[in-house]
Design a binder for this molecule. Structure first.
Ligand code: NAD
Ligand code: UDP
Ligand code: UDP
Length: 323
């Protein structure tokens, strides 16, 4: 395993978001110079305020759909809204962010010969016919539905990454991220973990979409960031795509009951309609990640990760009511 310790100039797009801010923390802790680029569509300065003023941290407000001329050694391309509410708010901008953003970051990587990692997603598998999902599966995605701006945008970004790799010999890394949760998720972004925790803490009804039997696999943010760093440190023979996530699989009913138990809440379950194109099941096959990322496997069990996330939201809620 190559060590990720020599100091580098690292660009993180979407660095003020949930995953990006944790990644910036780790990169700074490892001694790198970090340039965080974000247009603050879903990210916030609050996520990185503890890094502002750090001599090796720089923040730039910029939209990746426009060209960016900077000098860096490595690029983590995370810019893109990730929750359905946000990415469906302005779907054309979502596709532009994935596609034009990828072109610009790949053009930048080509000019400065930087290594570049794409934060792709399990959504490229759509509503999958095979379970668990392996990287060789091509997916089942509706090209014209409400989720398509995100799914197809990310699929096109993967295409661009592999074409720049073949055509321009770019050093690329593509990771397909499965549902990830943890502190600094947005409180109101509609994702299931944040929704359930906030509802439970407020004593509101917990909204179960459909019959609640649909499944997801939830990875704690620290495990995910570790995998991204290990992926960036792999040799040029490992472009991906590689699934990263936690293979523990839970139905939404199981998740709701777990959150109620851990918060001690008296919230009741409330049924709501299932959104269109909502995948019925999802679980990563992480054999490839274990093989290529030096035996990486998620360490944080759902209960432990939920406790940390509940503590974060509890504090955030009490701060927002005292504002
Ligand atoms: P997030 O919404 O918290 O972060 C995305 C960041 O990108 C935000 O800070 C936002 O302001 C920024 N951004 C959006 N459009 C931009 C643009 N045009 N120019 C510059 N910045 C822009 O979401 P996240 O959960 O941290 O996701 C980060 C990345 O990981 C995304 O690319 C997402 O698709 C991917 N991903 C996340 C998950 C997950 O479960 N969290 C799962 C699969 C993939
Ligand atoms: N680009 C960028 N920063 C750079 C170099 C390129 O943002 O440092 C953008 C530029 O706007 C271009 C895109 O990346 O449109 C793709 O670059 P590439 O060199 O692949 O293509 P071309 O410039 O020939 O269109
Ligand atoms: N979901 C739910 N209640 C909520 C929010 C989401 O039952 O309040 C369900 C949603 O229908 C989906 C799953 O939880 O089946 C995960 O949703 P999320 O938006 O977090 O992620 P994605 O669908 O993108 O995997």
């Amino acid at each position: 395993m190559r060590q990720y310790n020599a100091s580098k100039k690292v660009l993180v797009t979407g660095g003020a978001g949930f995953l990006g801010s944790h990644l910036c923390d780790r990169l700074i802790a490892q001694g790198h110079d970090v340039l965080c680029v974000d247009n603050f569509f879903t990210g916030t300065k609050r996520n990185i305020e503890h890094l502002l003023g750090h001599p090796r941290f720089e923040l730039m407000r910029h939209d990746v759909t426009f060209p960016l001329y900077v000098e860096v050694d490595e690029i983590f391309n995370l810019a893109c809204p990730a929750s359905p509410i946000h990415y469906q708010h302005d779907p054309v901008q979502t596709t532009k962010t994935s596609v034009h953003g990828a072109i610009n970051m790949l053009g930048l990587a080509k000019r400065v010969r930087a290594k570049i990692l794409q934060a792709s997603t399990s959504e490229v598998y759509g509503d999958p016919e095979i379970h668990p999902q392996v990287e060789a599966y091509w997916g089942r995605v509706n090209p014209i539905g409400l989720r398509s701006c995100y799914d197809e945008g990310k699929r096109c970004a993967e295409t661009l990454f592999f074409d720049y790799h073949r055509q321009h010999k770019l050093r690329i890394k593509v990771v397909r991220i499965f549902n990830t949760y943890g502190p600094r998720m947005h409180m109101n972004d509609g994702r299931v973990v944040s929704n359930f925790i906030v509802q439970a803490l407020k004593g509101e009804d917990i909204t179960i979409y459909g019959d609640g039997q649909q499944t997801r696999s939830f990875c704690y943010v620290d495990d995910l960031v570790e995998a991204m760093l290990r992926m960036m440190a792999t040799g040029d023979e490992v472009p991906g795509p590689i699934n990263i996530g936690n293979p523990g699989e839970f139905s939404m009913l199981e998740l709701a009951n777990k959150v109620i138990e851990l918060t001690g809440s008296r919230s009741q379950l409330m049924r709501m309609p299932l959104p269109a194109d909502d995948p019925k099941q999802r679980r990563p096959d992480i054999s490839l990640a274990q093989q290529e990322l030096d035996g990486w496997a998620p360490k944080t069990q759902l209960e432990e990760g939920l406790k940390k996330t509940i503590a974060y939201f509890d504090k955030a809620l009490s701060e927002s009511t005292s504002d």
